[in-house]
Design a protein around this ligand. Structure first.
Ligand code: AHR
Length: 514
């Protein structure tokens, strides 16, 4: 008997090592559906950092690269395809050094500035308020402006709001008209500083709460019928005291959102490579990415104490993987490649945001072009889409759809005796009645067989797309731009109310049920 058991165990271990699928179950509870997944969870971030703006988005209108008012057409097309809902600008740390009046008027008259935080480079301010807001109009994206609290003034930020939003006659709207724009842009999303606990001024939370109240008093609504959404500079990672202090000290009617930043980083002093990483480093980054669930849950619980009606949004306006810069690039430019590991970060993080859509209503991946976990990389006239881009595009079906709550009972991905859940999932139903289920298997060695119970949903057709690659370290390069891209996925079947699917190792799948 003992021998038989040992043999069975041996066979099971061998089978799992060979990559045979492991069994998992997911139960969708449509009856509990009540929350809309805000499209703004799928937002992006464009800072004046490295080649995100200059030689990224913006090449200038005399460039040979096809452009509209200096912004690359290929980037505009790619982001429109992504259905980019909002774009945060001009930072980040840069925002608290930025004086917006230096970036308006004739370009040759604009003063230069030194980018203190990012490489100490001199910028000519040729990309300013008009350039950004007009670009957002081209993209069909809501602009999210980060105001300068650290080194600016209340008047300066109040003027910026009047400049962008006031329709009638006023000093700032006159200036706007003089600079070529009559109609206001009606900017709704306003960040009151950034990382006030750090690069935004090294403030204590009590002090920042008072500063916020003062700024919020003068950042008033001019034209926006729905009102401005004022977003407080939020906590880093697990600093729950920061969130608690803001919630306690700022009147709720002055607050639209509270931010939070979390990067998937191994160690700030030893981040590890973006491409040639080990499985140990992969596991560490997945642990960091999955930590987002705990962070969001706990920050939301603090907010619930003061705002049980969930009026105030939790705004995760910086997230993503952060590694060492690529060899030979400026360390201050944060340029890194993007592998299937980044696709895993994106997949699990977006599932977490979807599943917390009752409180997380805005989020911004850091960053959009050529910086950190970028969706787009450029090299002169060439542009490539990263694996992260493809995940964001596959997942855009969840934008403004109704969240279908689900529970996952599944296997672990085990490395060196440590465990993480292998499978992550979220589901939603869109306005046409189509159901989308996004599934991620972070295990690099084992496929996961999943039985999804869709309950009483009536479905006629099933289709799916998968994003995966042979090696964890695979990436899209300028010589092989389509190495990783979504393809049709067939290894699935619907039998009554059970969808059976086998998710390959390190894969993201989006299933459509109609
Ligand atoms: O995204 C890069 C930087 O990370 C941002 O400027 C800052 O807000 C954060 O520390």
């Amino acid at each position: 008997m003992k021998k038989k058991c040992a043999l069975l165990l041996l066979v099971l271990v061998a089978a799992s090592k060979l990559g045979f699928a492991q069994q998992n179950t997911i139960a969708i509870n449509s009856a509990a559906a009540k929350v809309t997944i805000s499209k703004n969870i799928y937002g992006h971030f464009a800072e004046h950092l490295g080649h995100c703006i200059y030689d990224g988005f913006y090449v200038g209108d005399t460039s040979k690269i096809p452009n509209t008012n200096g912004v690359r057409n290929d980037i505009i097309d790619a982001l429109k395809k992504l259905k980019i809902p909002n774009l945060r600008w001009p930072g980040g740390c840069f925002a608290d050094t930025y004086h917006w009046k230096d970036g308006i008027g004739p370009k040759d008259k604009r003063p230069a500035m030194v980018n203190k935080w990012w490489g100490g480079v001199t910028e000519d301010n040729s990309f300013g308020t008009h350039d950004f807001l007009n670009m957002c109009e081209l993209l069909g994206a809501e602009p999210y402006l980060s105001g300068n609290v650290g080194s600016g003034t209340v008047q300066e930020l109040a003027d910026w709001v009047q400049y962008t939003n006031f329709k009638g006659k006023s000093p700032m709207s006159d200036l706007r008209t003089q600079n070529g724009r009559t109609e206001p842009w009606k900017v709704k999303l306003w960040g009151i500083g950034n990382e006030a606990w750090g690069c935004g001024g090294n403030m204590k939370p009590e002090y920042y709460a008072d500063e916020y109240r003062k700024y919020a008093t003068f950042i008033s609504d001019w034209e926006n019928s729905g009102g401005l959404l004022r977003i407080a500079s939020g906590a880093s990672d697990a600093d729950y005291n920061w969130t608690e202090t803001l919630m306690k000290n700022i009147p709720l009617n002055m607050l639209g959102g509270v931010a939070m930043h979390h990067y998937s980083v191994l160690d700030w002093n030893k981040k590890g490579p973006a491409i040639e990483f080990s499985e140990e480093q992969y596991f560490g980054i997945m642990k960091q990415a999955l930590l987002m669930d705990e962070l969001v849950t706990k920050h939301a619980a603090v907010m619930d104490k003061y705002d049980p009606a969930k009026k105030i949004a939790l705004v995760v306006d910086e997230w993503g993987g952060w590694y060492d810069v690529e060899k030979g690039t400026n360390p201050g430019f944060l340029y890194q490649q993007n592998t299937i590991r980044d696709a895993m970060i994106a997949g699990v993080t977006l599932n977490i945001f979807n599943n917390h859509a009752d409180r997380v209503r805005i989020a911004n991946l850091a960053q959009c072009v050529n910086v950190l976990q970028a969706v787009i990389l450029t090299n002169k006239e060439k542009m490539i889409l990263t694996p992260t881009y493809h995940v964001m595009e596959m997942y855009n079906v969840h934008q403004n759809a109704t969240l279908l709550p689900l529970t996952v009972t599944g296997n672990d991905y085990t490395f060196n005796g440590q465990k993480l859940p292998a499978v992550s999932a979220s589901a939603s139903k869109d306005s046409t009645g189509a159901i989308h289920i996004s599934l991620v298997n972070i295990d690099p060695a084992h496929a996961q067989k999943i039985d999804v119970n869709i309950g009483d949903e009536k479905v006629k057709t099933v289709a799916a797309k998968v994003l995966t690659s042979k090696k964890l370290q695979d990436y899209n390069s300028f010589t092989e731009p389509d190495k990783i891209k979504p393809v049709v996925f067939k290894d699935l079947a619907l039998n009554k109310n059970i969808l059976s699917i086998t998710v390959p190792p390190t894969a993201v799948i989006v299933v459509t049920l109609k």
